[in-house]
Design a protein around this ligand. Structure first.
Ligand SMILES: [Fe+2]
Length: 282
């Protein structure tokens, strides 16, 4: 079957049809998939849940897997794979204020690292009957549409990303001392240039971006709020309705994502994830 790239909407994303991820891709396929990734920023492969070792093999087509910070989420035998369970096991686990669930915040993975993951691969293993969609926004388009006369004001601005910020409504996972030592605050450009395409986009994380370096809190909050509103406009969004086995690969350099955390208590929601090493944002 010939490989087909089918866009998933106007904002971002494409489905890759005609690949069999349980077997190695040939060079032409890998090249076509790579190109599609750079133009659509998110790819969806419909497959069966993969064994962790197969999942790592697929990840290596696109980059080098890196370990995730929180040790308890690493898969025992294949530590590059994170096991992410987001089930509400009891009614108490699901708060009335769903915004306070950390997964609901618009974020780009791992931006609290000096060198954040360039891409994430996420595969669904078990999904609830309703809700639980993962939503994405295209920060590249949001930047391109930002008024040209305002763009010079953003040039050279850096923002502090921390493991947590009081700007986010939800709190993150608790870190061990070892994990705290690995995650001091870092600075990243507010507008970053994609190293593979040369295109600019906002680089922002509602869960981690705390302030603009050198700016007073009020002024900084006003600009970060404006960036947030700009990137999360509905026209830049794609919402992924999961089927079991769907494997998404997305570009953390120009997308943010969040989860519709309104799904039933007691219904399992389980994914496996691999982060791919990136470069320092510029
Ligand atoms: Fe994430």
């Amino acid at each position: 079957m010939k490989l087909e790239i089918k866009p998933l909407g106007d904002a971002l994303g494409a489905e890759v049809i005609g690949t069999d991820l349980t077997k190695p891709l040939d060079t032409d396929e890998a090249h076509a998939v790579d190109e599609a990734f750079l133009s659509h920023h998110l790819l969806c492969f419909r497959t069966e849940p993969l064994e962790p070792s197969d999942f790592v093999r697929v990840a290596r087509y696109f980059g080098d897997p890196q370990l995730q910070l929180i040790r308890t989420q690493r898969h025992g035998e294949t530590p590059e794979v994170s096991v992410l369970e987001s089930t509400y096991k009891t009614p108490d686990d699901k708060p009335d204020d769903l915004e306070s669930v950390r997964l609901a915040g618009w974020h780009t993975d791992d931006s609290y690292f000096e060198v954040p993951a360039k891409a994430t691969m996420l595969q669904s293993i078990v999904i609830p009957n309703e809700g639980g969609q993962t939503k994405f926004c295209n920060m590249r388009k949001a930047y391109e549409d930002f008024p040209d006369e305002r763009k010079p004001d953003l040039e050279g601005l850096k923002a502090v990303h921390g493991y947590d910020t009081t700007r986010a409504p939800g709190r993150p996972k608790i870190r061990t001392q070892e994990e705290i030592d690995e995650t001091p605050d870092v600075e990243h450009p507010l507008v970053r240039t994609h190293e593979d395409t040369g295109r600019k986009s906002f680089y922002f994380n509602a869960n981690r971006t705390d302030r603009i370096v050198g700016w007073a809190r009020q002024e900084s909050d006003a600009l970060l709020d404006e960036v947030y509103t700009q990137i999360t406009a509905p026209k830049y969004q794609y919402h992924h309705e999961w089927q079991v086995g769907d494997l998404l690969l997305w570009d953390n350099r120009c997308l943010v994502h969040s989860v519709n955390v309104d799904y039933p208590v007691g219904q399992k929601r389980l994914h496996q994830r691999i982060l791919l090493k990136g470069q320092r944002p510029v």
